[in-house]
Ligand binder design. Structure first.
Ligand SMILES: [Zn+2]
Length: 49
């Protein structure tokens, strides 16, 4: 399981429909809205680098 960095929900990587690559890491999301939010401002959800 992976954690949706936007809302904190646990997401199963095997069935996740929404994902983004950022700085070589893959992030999984529960919904498209979370992915869109992440894509707008990924640094906010990845430790601020
Ligand atoms: Zn979410």
């Amino acid at each position: 399981m992976a954690k949706d960095p936007v809302c904190g929900m646990m997401v199963d990587e095997k069935t996740a429909k929404f994902k983004s690559q950022y700085r070589g890491k893959t992030y999984y999301f529960c919904a498209q809205a979370c992915k869109v939010t992440f894509d707008k401002n990924p640094t906010r959800y990845t430790g601020g680098q």
